[in-house]
Design a binder for this molecule. Sequence first.
Ligand SMILES: NC(=O)C1=CN([C@@H]2O[C@H](COP(=O)(O)OP(=O)(O)OC[C@H]3O[C@@H](n4cnc5c(N)ncnc54)[C@H](OP(=O)(O)O)[C@@H]3O)[C@@H](O)[C@H]2O)C=CC1
Ligand SMILES: CC(C)(CO)C(=O)C(=O)O
Length: 313
Amino acid sequence: MDKKHIVIIGLGGVGGYFGFKINQVNGSEKNFTTTFVARGQTYKTVKQNGLRLLSSEHINTVTHPNAICETISKIATPDLVLICVKEYDLEHVCQQLSEVITPNTIVLPIMNGVDITDRIRTKLPHSTILPSCVYVTSHIKETGVIEQKGFPGKLIFSEDQEHLDTNLDWVLNVLKTSEINFEFKTNAQTDIWTKFMFVASFGLITAKYNSSIGAVCTDKKQKEEAIKIMQEISLIADLKKIHLNDYTIENLFEKAATFPPDTATSLQLDINSGKDNNELELFAGAIINYGKIYHVNTPCTAKIYNDLLHIIN
Ligand SMILES: NC(=O)C1=CN([C@@H]2O[C@H](COP(=O)(O)OP(=O)(O)OC[C@H]3O[C@@H](n4cnc5c(N)ncnc54)[C@H](OP(=O)(O)O)[C@@H]3O)[C@@H](O)[C@H]2O)C=CC1
Ligand SMILES: CC(C)(CO)C(=O)C(=O)O
């Protein structure tokens, strides 16, 4: 049987972490073929030196893929594509992917956001797309070097309700042999919205105060603002018939307490480092838009959205 071809697009915090794990096990067992897609200096550095992951989970810190491409157009017959980019790059990635995928390619986005699967489906209408969410604390330490801190990253994903006949056994097997901490579900919508509630509230507040997950848990003002954002999201989720439990907000603060207290969020890092792009629209923009659609007032999110626009501009 032909070896499966696994492609990881984006070697940042998330793609670098999960891509490293998948590739490292492949390095020793060679059960499948891996291609990394990276651009610019990341492409050059990883091509030359391999991908480095600094993590307490791995003693060997370097891994070399079977192939590395600078553009998606160079990928041939992928069986599984992990999309690990920021949301502002998603449209472009999907556009390019539409030229190279086969009818059997499975797409697994590993990103934040509640509408990622729908957005990919508009560009790749015939593909199997696995809805997911992820908890991990990892970032680009320097070009080609990813640093991961705290507990092992956790991926939660589900089958595609529109492609229930797609065989996912081999995908689950790849994740298992790669020692990736994952949960596979029939439906992951509740998990995706719970994660959204977590990252949108902690992301927006840490970005506004340039603080940390620990500070949002302990500072009275930051915690109150985070809770208000969570309540706004919870009202929207209710109207969308996404069933969050009565203790979700409490549980999310318990979850936050399991992160190293000084953990920064990805939104905070992007906004406070003055990057040209950030995921403010994915978080605050989405809450405000859903609020308009479902007639839910979102004053706290709107205020922080405006505060952050001032910081950015
Ligand atoms: N980091 C974290 O701890 C967590 C992040 N997330 C979410 O995961 C997603 C990914 O985030 P993260 O990994 O942190 O983002 P990063 O910015 O660290 O990495 C994204 C990478 O994708 C690359 N990229 C973008 N477009 C392309 C392309 N067309 N071809 C090749 N490479 C491309 C970027 O390249 P370049 O460097 O050239 O811009 C960048 O290196 C986001 O939605 C984020 O919110 C979720 C949980 C935790
Ligand atoms: C909050 C965190 C670190 C949890 O995984 C995250 O998703 C992000 O910063 O994007």
